[in-house]
Design a protein around this ligand. Sequence first.
Ligand code: H79
Length: 494
Amino acid sequence: MKCHPYDNSTSIKYKIPHVLAFAGALLFLAVLTHGCSTSEGNTEHASPPPPMTKLPPPLPAPASQDEKMAWFRDAKFGLFIHWGLYCIPAGEWQGKRVPGIGEWIMHNAPIPVTDYEQLAKQFDPVKFNAEEWVQMAQDAGMKYIVITSKHHDGFAMYHSQVSPYNIYDATPFHRDPIRELAEACARHNMKFGFYYSQAQDWHEPGGAGNTNDFGADELKDTSGAYDKYLQSKAEPQVAELLQNYGPVCLIWFDTPRMMTKERGQHFVDIVHKYQPATLIDGRLGTAGDYTSTGDNAIPSQSLTNDWEVPATINHTWGFRKDDQDWKSPGEIIFKLVDITSKGGNYLLNVGPTSEGVIPQGSQDNLRAVGKWLKVYGEAVYGAGRSPFGEEFGEFAKTKDHTGKEVFLARNDWRCTTKPGKLYFTLFNIPRDGMIDLPNFKNQITKAYIVGDSTQTPITIDETNGVRVAHVTRNGPNAIAYTICLEISGDKVER
Ligand code: H79
């Protein structure tokens, strides 16, 4: 018997004889009191999902690109979640460690598609709790969540009508975690978007990337198999995601193998048709709404367009049991402020386990970042790029062995801006506490430490034509703290 809180098939729509109705009521009560067992006989669901609630409708079409980008430009910090069947082997196959990023294990081991598929039968992440995940993102100060709805392995993490190779139909879990997350995000006012691997799909004969089971990609391209895959799976699945999960803040396409402009345009059209406010990342294969840098690649200097860095908190995206090497709160805070000062967003990933748990070490570090942001967040959210640039460092005179230029980064401080305000976040304060300010013409009308309830003014004086802020090394926060300089005029004049 199928039984699930989402099923409303028990509702009685027709007139039923009293005796039958009574028997039916008894059965209904029995199910209620004895819990709910799925056809696979699993009875261990620690916490049943909350009943399905309504989701808000998609957002209306934005009037301009600026309006479309507004939430993204303010948000600065998002949570990436890589969750799929790969979290079960977790970096190990048949007793052997498989090096590389965890979600690539099917490709790297390699695992034949008929074997990898079997993982679905054991996927039962009973500790998954959408409310807790969204709460964690909120505690971390993150403003949007992007989750893998389908990674390269081709397994959909939501209840798809397009392919039964999905978490609802193919696993004993028999729940739609993406729907539960969409609802939790709606309750928390958290933006929610999807990663979708449009080109690579190692489960389908026509999808790119699985050359072990299905031969060379070029053949799929020329035979029409790739287009067939795109039209029969990828495009309709993206349409499902845009129709059934409320407002989708963005879709994060990836690795655009064989994605011609024309093929990419089909996805653009689908996104525009169902949710014109949804952003498209920079890896579709045709122009999106912003640039995605390389994985973990933070540009050495400012970029003038809209951009985002996708990044790992350890060395893998999907969970690996041998990687607990979490970036510290200090490293994450530096990267976030650094990226903000260069005009970008930081999409930082966690990889939940096969039980549905975000590893505690990564949670702890993210919550520490959130605590910092509670005090200094005004220097991040909605803040603009640095009007300077010299603080980022400079190119070395010599090149590396590959002939590439070498950038010598300076990491002492970063500057972010709001109209009439300059925020200097200090990561390295000299012993004498004297911070040389970069040259600019505006008067400084006020200078104080962000979050200082006493509003004690910071002394600024001038020596040899250089303005110097006198601060203390024993500031209010051991990782870093931010000073605000209020200036005459909205913008810095150099
Ligand atoms: O979803 C995450 C990665 O799985 C995905 N992008 C981020 C957001 C990604 N897809 N491809 N790549 C990243 C580049 C992958 C390169 C490698 Fe490999 C995979 C290096 C090692 C494993 C391919 C297979 C190249 C060598 C072996």
